[in-house]
Ligand binder design. Structure first.
Ligand code: ARG
Length: 596
């Protein structure tokens, strides 16, 4: 903000001094190097054609003009053609006022004309509960959609539930065989966990069958294909495809259990969707789209009847779209889902939040959609993120491989509660309040830890580190926020500082200038995060701002500052730090406690 104001003032100065037109955008402004006095530095070299003077003399002209004619600059010095400018205290106060005047400073609202961005995330299969990888996915998807909305886009959050296929038939078959009519109610288990348990059970019996067949002399491949259980699962899939009422109704019933379970997990994580698609309702559309492409000559049929796309001219290989028996593959379903989405919404940009093991899939999908005539096909964004694992076995499930999402959330909240109980800071809270604060802090720890790192990188989730109140963590930021809120409540009770707030004539220290600058930077940080699809940019900004504020809190008096205007300034600064941190963390889906 200061730099654009300066650009305008400098362009006016050039016009007045040299009778020449330059646009504000042509004025080069950078941060002053730490070894010189000043905040912002104007580079004179591009202006020498207008001034027809030396760099030094040009800097001197402009510096003097800006001091005399604008309230922005109080002093200047020129070093080898670089004009270093000291921003006046009144300009800092003005900047703080601008931030304060806007309750949603830095966020840009969308209107009817804004681009429509559809963001897909989560997209689970319905044969097992969500795990740690889904947690990273959901949190990234939510943050990316919040950030897109804060950049003036209309956003549609979507999910494709892969609700059909051999994997679901395996759970169904195991339940029929060994379930004795068990339900989530009778088992006292979430429906997604129940179905996941039957999936595991199927696998256990199937492996046993394979082992026995191999003992009878079959090769591993033969045994895996001929095991009665897998053949039965295949039969079930065929019956499902034919619409067999018995299979369909069991499938429906079991999927309902799973959805009820997913909903609970989504709610606990604080994520939601505007529109959910189901593979069972999109895959046939995918098939017909492929047939259509075949007629148009975009795809080709092999002698065995299978349908393929030739991507060799794009440097890729040949891609199967329909098997020789006419059944669809994963890619077919994605073409169908895209078709329906495109029919339902006037999409300008499509973002898929999916793990990096599917990079190739989305590279191919982009080309296929483009060939099929989807305007956004070529420009689709695969927001590709890395794996996340736990360093120790603490939260691993019985199979020892996956970390269940519900268990993880519960453990984080319990840890937060234990930490707070031990510190005794929540002694005067009611039980309800203790529970609510523990939920906010436990989830804050989890979310912040997963979102602060570059999404593309593989990472370890370290529960202990994530909840450390003194590190680069969610709870550290939340604690600082709660501290500011407590200061403001005290100030309010003491003398109602907000109505009395006049900052006129306040002195502004270097540390205060730094925080005002950081606050003002939030708008640019939100733009940057939007351009790069980068929640971590927001997370790290919140951390840096919080760190600066803590230093300030440590070194300066706030409530006990005797000079009233200065006290006002510091309270206002505190209030704005709290506001901006809340907005920033809000983009990450992280709530802030009023006390903690
Ligand atoms: N359900 C899939 C899986 O668990 C992910 C789906 C990703 N989204 C998509 N449009 N293909 O691997």
């Amino acid at each position: 903000m200061l730099d654009t104001q300066l650009q305008q003032a400098a362009a006016a100065a050039v016009a007045a001094l040299y009778d020449a037109q330059v646009s504000p955008g042509q004025i080069q402004i950078q941060k002053t190097r730490p070894d010189f006095e000043g905040h912002l530095t104007l580079v004179t070299f591009p202006l020498l054609r207008q001034s027809r003077k030396s760099p030094e003399a040009t800097g001197d002209d402009l510096g003097r003009y800006l001091v005399e004619n604008t309230p922005l600059v109080s002093r200047y010095n020129v070093v080898k053609g670089f004009l270093n400018l000291v921003i006046a205290p009144a300009a800092w106060l003005d900047l703080l006022r601008q931030v304060a005047a806007d309750d949603s400073y830095g966020l840009v609202a969308a209107n009817d004309q804004s681009p429509l961005v559809m963001i897909e995330y989560s997209s689970p299969n319905t044969n097992k509960p969500l795990h740690l990888g889904h947690v990273r996915n959901n949190l990234l998807g939510w943050a990316v959609s919040q950030i897109a909305a804060a950049n003036g886009n209309r956003v549609v959050r979507t999910n494709i539930v892969n609700d059909r296929g051999i994997h679901i038939c395996k759970s169904m078959l195991a339940w029929l065989r060994w379930g004795n009519g068990e339900t989530p109610e009778s088992a006292g288990k979430k429906g997604d966990h129940l179905i996941g348990d039957y999936y595991v059970l199927f696998d256990k019996h199937y492996r046993e069958e394979v082992r026995q067949l191999m003992a009878q002399g079959l090769s591993e491949d033969e045994a895996k294909q001929q095991a009665p259980l897998i053949q039965e699962a295949h039969d079930m899939l065929v019956r499902w495809e034919k619409g067999d009422p018995e299979v369909r109704s069991l499938w429906q019933r079991m999927n309902e259990w799973v959805y009820a379970g997913f909903d609970e997990t989504y709610k606990a994580l604080g994520v939601s969707f505007d529109k959910i698609y189901y593979e069972s309702q999109t895959y046939l559309e995918g098939k017909s789209k492929v047939e259509e492409g075949l007629e148009k000559g975009i795809f080709y049929r092999r002698p065995d009847g299978s349908v393929w796309a030739d991507l060799t001219q794009d440097g890729l290989d040949e891609k199967l779209l329909l098997r020789s028996d006419g059944t669809s593959v994963y890619m077919t379903q994605d073409i169908g889902t895209a078709t329906l989405r495109f029919q339902d919404y006037a999409i300008d940009k499509m973002v898929y939040v999916v793990g990096n093991e599917q990079n190739y899939h989305f590279q191919v999908l982009s080309i296929l959609l483009d060939r099929l005539g989807f305007e956004w096909g070529k420009g689709l964004v695969h927001f590709s993120y890395g794996m996340v694992e736990l360093p120790n076995g603490k939260m691993k499930s019985r199979e020892g491989t996956v970390v269940d999402a519900d268990d993880l959330v519960a453990a984080m909240v319990a840890d937060a509660r234990a930490t707070m109980d031990a510190a005794g800071k929540n002694d005067d809270m009611t039980e309800d309040e203790k529970r609510e604060v523990a939920r906010i802090v436990g989830l804050g720890a989890l979310k912040y830890f997963l979102l602060k790192v570059d999404a593309r990188k593989n990472m370890l989730f370290n529960p202990e580190e994530s909840i450390d109140f003194n590190g680069n963590t969610g709870p550290f930021i939340q604690y600082t926020y709660a501290r500011i809120r407590s200061i403001l409540r005290k100030a309010q009770a003491a003398d109602g500082w907000q109505s009395a707030a006049s900052l006129e004539g306040c002195a502004v220290s270097v540390k205060e200038e730094e925080i005002i600058q950081q606050l003002a930077d939030f708008a640019a940080v939100v733009r940057q995060a939007g351009q790069d699809y980068s929640p971590s940019v927001i997370a790290n900004y919140c951390y840096e701002l919080t760190k600066s504020y803590n230093q300030f809190y440590h070194d300066y008096k706030i409530l006990s500052e005797p000079d009233a205007p200065t006290r006002c300034l510091r309270l206002q600064l505190s209030a704005q730090v709290a506001k901006v941190v809340r907005l920033g963390m809000g983009l990450l889906g992280i709530e802030m406690p009023e006390r903690m």
